[in-house]
Write a protein that binds this ligand. Structure first.
Ligand code: PGA
Length: 251
């Protein structure tokens, strides 16, 4: 299974800025990318085309949308369809990022609809899950992860091609805070995610990638990526510079 080193640029970068960072990343990381790694960048919709153009023809470099809506087309002002992402050259889409859940207010059900719809439309999907700090303090991590996974994956066919479905475990308290989860916390959560995926999808789930996200940086990536059941990372802040993301990609 190839490790997926994914960047989430959130609401940063114009077309020109995105293009420059993508060029720098290819320059720094493409030639020395280990054979068992893939790189994914999820820019804002408005600069996805710039990054896709730079990555075209670069092996194992992919682009993705940070979100999408669960309809093919229609009167859904402000929304983007999976087919539109595919048309720009994107092959991935995120669903259920904590900022979509907790800032924009998306429900588990909507996240589940998007996940199933995106996969059916031909995207590979990274479903993001993770607990709030209050939920961790109350001992509810597994309950929250199980709920987000069960509802988030409810419409996904059991025989889905496993490399097209990833889960990112991103404890909300570790996102953008500099506070990375400890190895014990990551191991425990990832083992639970894997167990739940196996309960839903059977053996197929052992080929699905489980990524860690939350304050991943060049200095901690190698340690995190070496942990059991960690099949990649999803990086926000430290992915915005080509230099620092290339160090993560090659860590
Ligand atoms: P961060 O964000 O790396 O800035 O903590 C991770 C994410 O939101 O995916």
């Amino acid at each position: 299974m190839k490790k997926l080193m994914a960047a989430n640029w959130k609401m940063f970068k114009t077309w020109d800025e995105a293009q420059a960072t993508a060029l720098e990343l290819v320059d720094l990381a493409a030639a020395s990318l280990p054979a068992d790694r893939e790189v994914l960048v999820c820019p804002p919709f408005t600069s996805l085309g710039a990054v896709a153009e730079v990555f075209a023809g670069v092996p194992r470099f992919f682009t993705g949308g940070q979100d999408f809506y669960c309809r093919e087309e229609g009167a859904f002002t402000g929304e983007i369809a999976p087919g539109m992402l595919l048309d720009l050259g994107a092959s991935f889409g995120l669903t259920g990022h904590s900022e979509r859940r907790h800032v924009i207010g998306e429900s588990d059900q909507l996240v589940g609809e998007k996940t199933a719809f995106g996969l059916a439309a031909g995207l590979s999907v990274i479903l993001c899950v993770g607990e709030l700090i209050e939920e961790r303090r109350a001992g509810r991590v597994e309950e929250v992860l199980e709920r987000q996974l069960r509802i988030g994956l409810a419409g996904v066919p059991r025989d889905i091609e496993p490399k097209r479905l990833c889960v990112a475990y991103e404890p909300v308290w570790a996102i953008g805070t500099g506070e990375v989860a400890g190895p014990g916390e990551i191991l425990e959560a990832h083992a639970f995610v894997r167990k739940t995926l196996v309960a839903i999808f059977g053996d197929n789930a052992n080929e699905m990638r489980v990524l860690y996200g939350g304050s991943v940086k060049p200095s901690n990536c190698a340690e995190i990526i070496a942990l059991d059941n960690v099949d990649g990372v999803l990086v926000g802040g430290a992915s915005l510079q080509g230099e620092s993301f290339s160090q993560i990609v090659l860590a």
